[in-house]
Every structure is written in C-alpha cells, then in structure tokens.
Design a protein around this ligand. Structure first.
Ligand code: UN1
Length: 509
C-alpha cells in the first residue's frame, strides 16, 4: 500500500514557515546551511551557518552565563525548565510538524518525540529539588564526611537527525537543572526544529528572568562540533551519533581531560523463545524494526528466533511487512515515512547486496518506493532477511529498516549470538518462561544498557537511564541518576571537634 496524497515542496515550505512563525522564529536566511525535507528530498530554506567567530563568542557567553547560573538555587533553575515544558505543551503540534518535515517521522512518532521532551522537563523540574549528596560515616570522632554535587560548566550537546529534538531536551533540561549552561550543535539535517527549540527556551528564559545565554544554538557543520570538542571551556561534550563519530570525539575530549558522554550506534536484537506470546511479539517486532523507518538507535536489527517457531513467526512477520503503508508521513494511515536521504537508501541497498551475496534470503520488502513521483526522496520497504550466521554486514549498524533473522536451539546459544556484536545499546526477549527472562536480564545475559522482556528494543521511557555499552559508548542520559554526569562531586571532611585527628591513625607533630 502506498499513500497517493503527496505534498509538494511548496506545501511543506509553507507549513514549516507557519510552524516556525507560531513559535516565534523568523527564518534566518543566509548561506552555508540548507534546510531540506526528506518527504520530497528538496531544499526548503538557505540558512546562515555559524562562523568560527560565532562559535568563539557563544562559548565565551555560555561560560560567562555559567558563572551566575551555577549560584542560582537549583529549584529556581527548575522554574526555567518548567516554563520550557509549558511552552513545549503549547507548541506540541508545531514542533511535531517540524520534526515530520525535517526528519520524515510519521505524525504519531513526531508527536511522541515532543511528548518525550515534555516528560523530561517534568523529570528535570523534580530533579531540581533532588540533587542529593550523601553523608558518609566518618572514621574519626567529631568529623562529618559528606558529598556535595556542584554544577559542571558549559555542556556541548551534539545531536543527530533521527531524534532532532528529544535528545537535545534530555541533555538540556537535565543540564540546566544541574546548573550548567548548554551550547547545542544539532545535526545539519535538522536546523529548523533546532531553531524552534532554541526560540522556546529563549522565551522561557525571558519569562522567568534567567540569563539568555544559558542556552546557545550553533547551526553549522563539523567545524562547529570540532571547536566544542577541543575547547577546554566546554566541560562536558554529550554526543549522539555514529560510532565513527564517537571514536573521534571521545579521544579528543579525553586528550584535554574533558568529559564526554557518548550515545553511539546500536545493533539491537530480540530473542523470541518457544513460549512467547506471538501476537504480542509480532506487534513489538514490527514497531521496533520498521518504525521510524528503521532510523532509531534503538531500532531492532536482529531477530534471534527459536527454530521450532521460526516458520510461524516469519510467516506472520512477512504478512505484516507486506501490508505496511509507506509514504507521506503526514498521512494518518502511513506507518513508514522516508529515509533521511538518498545516501541512506544507498547504504541500505549496499547492505542488502552484501548480505544476499553471502546467501541471505530476502523474505519481504526491500524495494524502493515512489521513485518516479519523488525521485529526490528515499522511500524504501522495510525488509526482512533470513541469514545463517552473523557475518560482518549483520554485525554492522546499517541505519535503515533491515531486520536480519537468525535461528537458535538453546538459550545459551541465543544469548551468545545476541552479545556477539560490537554494539551494546538495547535488547529484548519475548518469553513466558520466567527462568529464561531472568537469565536474559542477569549478569550472564544481555550485555546491553537496555534489556527488556516482552516488549521491543525501541521506545524507552525517559525515567530510566538511556545508553549502552561497548561501541555504543558507555554514556547514560535522561532519567535515573544520569544527572550525575552533568555535575561534579566534591568530598567534604568537616572537623567540628577541637582535635586534629589524622585519618588512618597517622601521627604527626
Ligand atoms: C535515538 O534513537 O537516538 O528509546 C534515541 C527510544 C527513544 C529514543 C531513541 N526513546 O527509541
């Protein structure tokens, strides 16, 4: 099924302009950066990109704002985030439009992304009254030993096209509550939604009387990101993107003893055990593998199915894939929108060519769609490929809707296959056997930062820490105690006696 009602680039440009105007953005026309839409593959606006001088000025301004922001009481910092959350609620539909126009997400997923932003604001407002440090039992009489958490400094946020707004908000809402200031370098594929978020935060700052420079946006290419990575005034670089990007960012930040928080590639798998509820498994798998056109870092990319149920499950999945409505993401019936670019489609096709050359069998999907009507856009059918082993291409993350299916006989074998990839972000098991579920969640089970039972790999709630191990980078963002990455702990020894007692019973003088 393919949607027939396709918007024109002119419609989309008009819709983007309206959404931007409603949030108070005048498009900064200029040169250096082209805003495009993957819906038609066409350019929308020519925007002014940040110059090296702009980047320098933003870092200096952010650092200066930090010096006052860090002493603003945390619950008052929370008021800024609360106001941001209110503005996000007011503009949910406008922001959703911009996400659909720039990232190609279907409407419900675009609105879901804005909901994720609202939720993290609520979380961070609460956090602004809960930046707890511990009191520790001192070994000395008349002493108190305590831990205090202080704001860290300027946080550089580098984000990707696929969650162009939510990933910014996870970092920014938490960093601001923690007393940090933020400089944001979004993906150059999604400048419009970034302008909208920056505008709403500026509005929130104005409304609550916070310094404007607690947040700065820098639209630009790699050079802007490199400056944030290398500048010692940027205390923490939080970067979301490919493992290749993280491999450069991590060592460069470490070389100046800065901190980094890396959210890199995933190659997420689900194990489907013989006892699984297959109705639930099919729904969970199709959303996780084909949703967002396979462009989440949590997208399900490998399915490890028990041999006894493989044929039944595969038949049900291929039937579901053959009915997936692909096309205009603004159309309410569409479930799969475009890939971000023709280059992404090339990547998908080259992975398919490689896996088929190794004997992989395409079971459903895999064709390009709408090539005649929209030759500059990249619509593709999500694809299921049966493979016999985890070859190199299966072990790589291809940022497209390809689901590789493997079979297993014993759970130990399934877990070994599951963990035998370089990435470690998200994972799940579908089973009604509690022993199997618990083994999967145990220390000898999934090696990922996210491990689920009877739910797919994607769509994590903001309340939990988000991130993963191995080549995924090790960072944790969003909920739980991820806030600690945005603060610096100090250990305080307070002597309230009139004796000087040295630790470890040392005698001196
Ligand atoms: C990402 O793809 O970079 O868990 C983030 C999820 C979303 C976030 C994905 N909450 O799928």
């Amino acid at each position: 099924m393919t949607s027939t009602a396709l918007p024109t680039t002119e419609d989309l440009r008009g819709r983007a302009r309206t959404a931007l105007e409603r949030v108070g953005v005048t498009v900064p026309e200029g040169g250096g950066l082209t805003a495009r839409t993957p819906i038609t593959g066409d350019p929308l606006f020519e925007l002014a990109a940040a110059t090296p001088a702009d980047t320098e000025e933003a870092i200096a301004a952010s650092r200066a704002a930090f010096l006052t922001w860090r002493t603003t009481p945390a619950p008052r910092r929370g008021e800024l985030v609360r106001r941001l959350g209110e503005l996000l609620r007011d503009h949910k539909s406008d922001l959703g439009d911009l996400i659909t126009i720039e990232a190609g997400k279907i409407r419900s997923e675009a609105l879901g992304e804005v909901q994720e932003m609202i939720d993290i604001c609520d979380f961070a407002v609460g956090l602004s009254r809960q930046l707890y440090g511990r009191t520790i039992a001192s070994e000395r009489p008349g002493h108190r030993l305590a831990e205090t958490w202080h704001p860290l400094g300027v946080v550089g946020v580098i984000s990707a096209f696929n969650f162009p707004a939510a990933v910014w908000s996870w970092n920014t809402a938490v960093a601001l509550a923690c007393g940090d200031t933020v400089i944001w370098k979004p993906s150059d594929l999604t400048p419009l939604i970034s302008l909208a978020c920056d505008r709403l935060l500026a509005q929130a700052a104005e409304d609550v009387g916070a310094p404007r420079d607690v947040h700065r946006l820098l639209l630009g290419d790699r050079a802007v990101g490199e400056k944030l990575v290398d500048d010692p005034r940027v205390a923490l670089v939080s970067a979301t993107g490919s493992t290749r990007m993280g491999r450069e960012v991590g060592p460069r930040v470490a070389a100046r003893f800065g901190r980094s928080l890396l959210e890199l590639g995933g190659n997420n798998a689900a194990i489907v055990a013989p006892s699984a509820d297959l109705d639930l498994a099919v729904q969970g798998i199709v959303f996780a593998a084909a949703g967002t056109a396979g462009q989440r870092c949590t997208t399900l990319r490998r399915l490890i199915v028990h041999r006894d149920i493989a044929d039944t499950l595969i038949a049900r999945l291929t039937a579901a894939y053959n009915k997936l409505p692909i096309g205009n993401p603004f159309d309410e019936d569409t479930l799969v929108g475009p890939l971000i670019s023709p280059a992404a489609l090339d990547g998908m096709q080259s992975a398919l060519t490689r896996v088929q050359a190794e004997g992989g069998k395409v079971l459903a999907g895999g064709n390009r769609r709408l090539a005649e009507a929209l030759p500059r856009a990249a619509y593709a059918e999500p694809v299921i490929v049966r493979v016999d082993e985890q070859s190199e291409v299966v072990r790589e993350e291809t940022f497209a809707p390809i689901l590789y299916v493997l079979t297993y006989d014993t759970l130990e074998e399934a877990i070994a296959l599951h963990n035998d990839v370089p990435q470690g972000l998200s994972s799940s098991i579908f089973t009604r056997d509690q022993q199997e579920a618990e083994l999967f969640l145990s220390a000898e089970g999934s090696d990922c930062g996210i491990a689920n039972v009877n739910i797919g790999t994607s769509g994590a709630e903001i309340g939990g820490a988000f991130g993963g191990e191995k080549e995924t980078g090790g960072g944790r963002e969003s909920g739980s105690d991820s806030w600690r990455a945005y603060m610096r702990p100090a250990t305080n020894t307070i002597n309230y006696s009139s004796q000087l007692a040295l630790a470890q019973n040392v005698s001196f003088l």
